[in-house]
Design a protein around this ligand. Structure first.
Ligand SMILES: [Zn+2]
Ligand SMILES: [Zn+2]
Length: 332
């Protein structure tokens, strides 16, 4: 037999398929999948993301991160005596979103997961395509879309009766946001980045990010190894904005100095904890006079965008805030 120079799995000695540069560890497919699932379970425990008997709503776009998240949470939920549903938003981007939405809905059904969906068109009366034609240079499509999507998820969470919303943000996303907030001197948002949720804004479910300690690259390898289908194309409106530049810069840095992203993640945790100790971050909760949702501004950002485009939101009944306690009281 000839000497084989292929790297071997650091755990079991089989042929390695993944090299974790920052730790120097080699993994075969089996050991990698086990390792990553255990790591997500540890992240959930460390940051107290799930409580017993939670009803977990996975914000499922059809992209690799949320698809991996759904698969892993289905494996972990029984430990927390929790159940899992999927929340899928159709932003209305012709030629792009249909595939992701179909993938999310079909995969959920195949996995026996109940899926709740809403479109921007149903909720606000316009699609992201309309927004891009309307807003021109007033706002980047990504920031309008992000604000409108978060509210759509909140509406679905309310309708599905979930106690916690899980999103697929990974370590790369969080570190990028950290640097953007740092550049803007946005202290509050740095404090909010911490994966351990403290008090959520009144009346909203908790939001957790179980993939917070996984590299983008690790998520990609997991979905490929596990054969999880996902939408690979990038959104046509993804701008060449500051986030893309930071993503590229961080990838370059990580190649030269493996581990730098984890260093930045840890420094985000430290700074965030420091800010919280100072007690700077309890946001003053106002009530939006248009939709009634608790918000840090009045009108809230959603209503500001919606009214600038259509004057009045189309589906006020669905969009309006309904106090969970009041609902239970009247229904009882
Ligand atoms: Zn192995
Ligand atoms: Zn509002």
């Amino acid at each position: 037999m000839t000497e084989d120079s292929t790297p071997r799995c650091s755990r079991c000695g089989k042929r390695a398929t993944y090299h974790q540069a920052y730790s120097g560890t080699y993994f075969c497919d089996d050991c990698f999948v086990k390792y990553l699932e255990r790591k997500v379970a540890r992240t959930i425990a460390k940051f107290e993301m799930l409580h017993a008997h939670d009803r977990i709503g996975v914000a499922l776009s059809g992209g690799k991160d949320s698809m991996m998240l759904l698969h892993i949470l289905l494996k972990l939920a029984p430990r927390h005596r929790s159940d899992v549903v999927a929340l899928t938003v159709d932003e209305g981007i012709i030629g792009y979103r249909e595939r992701g939405v179909r993938l999310a809905v079909d995969s959920s059904r195949r996995l026996g997961v109940q899926v709740y969906t809403v479109s921007f068109k149903e909720l606000y009366g316009f699609t992201m395509d309309d927004v891009v034609n309307e807003i021109g240079s007033k706002m980047t499509p990504c920031s309008a879309c992000g604000t409108l999507r978060r509210r759509a998820i909140d509406v679905l969470a309310k309708e599905a009766g979930v106690t916690v919303v899980a999103t697929g943000h990974n370590l790369d996303d969080i570190v990028q946001t950290f640097l953007i907030n740092l550049m803007n001197g946005d202290i509050k948002r740095i404090a909010w980045l911490h994966p351990k949720m403290w008090r959520p804004l009144h009346g909203r479910p908790r939001r957790v990010q179980p993939l917070a300690e996984l590299l983008d690259d690790e998520v990609l390898h997991y979905v490929k190894v596990d054969g999880i289908p996902f939408q690979d194309e990038k959104c046509p409106y993804r701008s060449r904005g500051i986030r893309s530049r930071i993503r590229e810069m961080l990838n370059d840095l990580e190649r030269e100095s493996p581990g730098i992203k984890h260093v930045l993640f840890k420094s985000m945790l430290k700074i965030s904890e420091g800010i919280r100790k100072e007690g700077w971050t309890t946001p003053e909760v106002k009530k939006c006079h248009i939709c009634g949702w608790p918000s840090t501004s009045d009108p809230c950002n959603v209503c500001r965008i919606v009214t600038s485009i259509v004057g009045q939101p189309i589906n006020m009944k669905r969009l309006e805030y309904e106090d969970a306690e009041a609902r239970e009281g009247s229904g009882g």
